[in-house]
Design a protein. Structure first.
Lengths: 305, 321
């Protein structure tokens, strides 16, 4: 018996830039490749092809050793604060570890002071540094994972669904904390989420992903006021709005296909009501529109939509 | 005519080694035939326990320690287990959050669906199969004959939740309790499932209790809403009026904390602190340590859920006149 090896093309020919101190929101439904993209950007998954540049330096082919200085500048915050903190380490240890790793010569006192300083910044009492993660609530834990990312004074933080596991009132606290940290430290964020209202609130620009490709990339206001790509329109119409009875959302036909056998042409054509011959054969490129949005859609290009 | 469901002063306790915990502390609400009620609150508020209590599925160490649950004029919490079994999954169905956990992974959809029908109705296997097929059509599953022969892992998340809803419909229940039915699903799928639930409630004249933390979802398909905090109802009323004009500081905080209401980029309105642990519920009003308008009375006296100016609106707060 032979096991057939299949390849999942999680992210395909995606190009974008992130400007210093902006927040790029990445939205899409589960399985669209947003988390894979985040990890690839940080060099956690080596790309099969393509290039990643950080401040004009190509970083996707660096050895782990050469990558070290960049690791200090780029940090990540994960979704589940229950899974991302080591249950057997105290908060002090969790927070001091990246400091020691990136600065071998730092004194114990200096490290301890740094831990206390950052804990205070994220709103966790430094007196609790000796406690273990299970002694904290979900919101507190997410503050600690943000603190861990901030410990090495990064420039660029990738946050993968940082508030998805939290309750509404706690979500507001964490989003405020992240916006505050961004203002004070001049951080640049790549913010991955499936929550369209969160991304609207926090992002400068938004990229909408579908099945491993970016179908629309636009300044936040433009995207929400005049969504152009048929998928973006369907996605935005599905947000449940407070106080609006009886949802009037645009229905998509079918379901998200598997990324193992990607559809030919535009990956969205099977579910798109505007799709024609061309969409089934030719892959659309991201083209800049008058509104400043970049849209990958033949229909938009041909002005049919 | 009496209500379809009436919950009166329901209390659920958990008897732990360290002492008794009160998870549900005297809540009351009612639901008429074909009416849709939303129960909202954050994790730990007691929403799910309320759902389980209605169908008498609180497992030890928890137990219903007080109050009444009346459904179609029967007092559910006093029924012997064999009579309860004739109601649970039959007159009242429940839908859970994770469709993968609800469905048995080693049985085909057909087996799981006919099992329910055969357990509650005196029909042949072939007739049970016809009922299953009919319900799958009702939840708009394409090629239902083919689906029946498949296993849950062959279906997508949205499809699975449709199948779970079809199973809930098998016995033509009078009431469906849906506990976070779309939390594990994507927004586009969520919108479709909500459409479906709404359509079914209207066409089948079913009552619906929608338990969720998502105010947006609740406001779309329910007529009445109950807001829970630390085992108590803090506010209830018609969905439109509660959402548009919340009275209780907690409800107000919840709504203001949602992104999408204030200008992007500005600070969100946050409720300080967090939901208290059941072991350390504050004295007086459980919300007072997080409340911005609390006074001394709030830390000593428990506020009653009483009618305030607006019709049909109940609010439990000392500070609202």
């Amino acid at each position: 018996m032979v096991r057939k090896k299949t390849t999942v093309k999680a992210v395909n020919a995606v190009s974008f830039k992130i400007m210093p101190q902006e927040t790029l929101g990445v939205v899409g439904e589960s399985g669209c490749g947003k988390s894979t993209l985040a990890r690839a950007v940080l060099g956690l998954y080596p790309p099969n092809s393509g290039e990643i540049h950080y401040q004009d330096q190509r970083i996707d082919r660096l050895s782990p050793q050469q990558m070290l200085p960049f690791r200090k500048k780029m940090q990540m915050i994960f979704q589940d604060p229950y899974a991302s903190l080591n249950p057997r380490m105290t908060v002090n240890k969790i927070l001091a570890e990246p400091v020691y790793f990136h600065n071998k010569s730092i004194s114990a006192q200096a490290a301890k002071d740094k831990v206390a300083e950052v804990m205070r910044q994220v709103g966790v009492d430094p007196a609790w540094a000796g406690r273990y993660p299970h002694e904290f609530s979900g919101g507190q834990r997410q503050r600690i994972s943000i603190a861990r990312a901030l410990m090495v004074d990064p420039e660029f933080v990738v946050a993968d669904e940082p508030v998805s596991a939290l309750d509404v009132s706690i979500q507001a606290q964490i989003l405020n904390l992240m916006m505050e940290a961004q203002e004070k430290r001049g951080l640049t964020y790549m913010f991955i989420t499936h929550d369209l209202s969160v991304v609207k609130h926090i992002s400068t620009r938004v990229a909408v992903m579908y099945l491993g490709t970016i179908c629309e990339l636009a300044p936040t206001q433009t995207l929400y006021e005049q969504p152009t790509h048929p998928y973006t329109r369907a996605l935005l119409s599905a947000i449940p709005e407070l106080g609006v009875q009886k949802p009037k959302h645009l229905k998509l036909k079918g379901e998200v296909p598997t990324p193992i056998n990607l559809p030919s042409g535009c990956v969205f054509h099977g579910r798109c009501i505007y799709a024609n011959e061309r969409c089934t054969v030719e892959i659309p490129r991201l083209i800049e529109q008058d509104s400043g949005a970049y849209v990958a859609c033949h229909g938009v290009e041909e002005k049919r939509i | 005519m009496s209500h379809l469901l009436e919950v009166k002063d329901l209390e659920v306790n958990f008897a732990l080694w360290s002492g008794e915990l009160t998870a549900i502390d005297g809540i009351s609400f009612s639901l008429d035939r074909g009416e849709r009620l939303g129960i909202v609150g954050e994790s730990g508020a007691g929403k799910s326990v309320t759902g389980f209590a209605i169908i008498n599925l609180i497992s030890r160490p928890g137990y219903i320690s007080g109050g009444k649950i009346l459904f179609e004029d029967q007092e559910l919490n006093r029924l012997p287990e064999d009579e309860m079994r004739a109601i649970r999954g039959n007159r009242i169905s429940m839908i859970f959050q994770d469709p993968m956990m609800t469905l048995n992974p080693v049985l085909t959809i057909a087996t799981q669906m006919t099992e329910t029908v055969l357990a509650h109705e005196d029909v042949s296997k072939a007739e049970a199969m016809d009922i299953a097929l009919e319900k799958l059509k009702k939840v708009h599953i394409p090629s239902p004959e083919k689906r029946l022969q498949q296993y849950p892992h062959e279906c997508s998340g949205g499809m699975r939740q449709r199948i779970v809803i079809a199973i809930a419909l098998l016995t033509n229940p009078g009431l469906i309790i849906a506990d976070e039915p779309t939390t594990a699903l994507d927004v586009t799928i969520q919108a479709e499932i909500m459409d479906l639930l709404l359509e079914l409630c209207e066409s089948e004249k079913m009552g619906l209790i929608l338990i969720t933390h998502d105010l947006g979802v609740v406001s779309q398909i329910t007529e009445k809403i109950v807001v829970m905090y630390a085992g108590k109802i803090v506010e209830s009323g018609s969905t439109t009026s509660v959402v548009q004009n919340p009275q209780h500081p907690y409800t107000q905080g919840l709504i203001k904390a949602l992104p999408g209401i204030i200008p992007p980029g500005s600070r969100l309105n946050q409720i300080p602190g967090m939901m208290p642990n059941l072991t350390e519920i504050p004295r007086g009003c459980a919300f007072h340590p997080r409340c911005t308008i609390s006074d001394t009375i709030c830390s000593t006296d428990v506020p009653a859920l009483i009618s305030k100016e607006q019709q049909g609106r109940l609010v439990a707060c000392h500070m609202i006149k």
